[in-house]
Design a protein around this ligand. Structure first.
Ligand code: ZN
Length: 67
């Protein structure tokens, strides 16, 4: 039984780390970019946050990089 619980914890931890993706979010335009996106690199007001958090703030994916 203990082994099953440990296995479940490992599955939860690994799956959540896959979901947690950092994006570069522009709070003015409400558009989020991938870190390597050109628009993200030249953006001065952008902040690095979790993709889920960017979506929660009403963010939309960048048309160039797809967010
Ligand atoms: Zn972009």
């Amino acid at each position: 039984m203990k082994k099953i619980i440990i296995a479940l914890i490992i599955i939860i931890m690994t799956s959540s780390s896959v979901l947690a993706e950092t994006v570069v979010y522009n709070p003015n335009s409400k558009i989020y970019h991938k870190i390597y996106c050109h628009s993200a690199k030249i953006c001065k007001v952008c902040i690095k946050i979790d993709k889920q958090e960017a979506i929660r703030r009403g963010g939309r994916a960048c048309k160039r990089c797809g967010g």
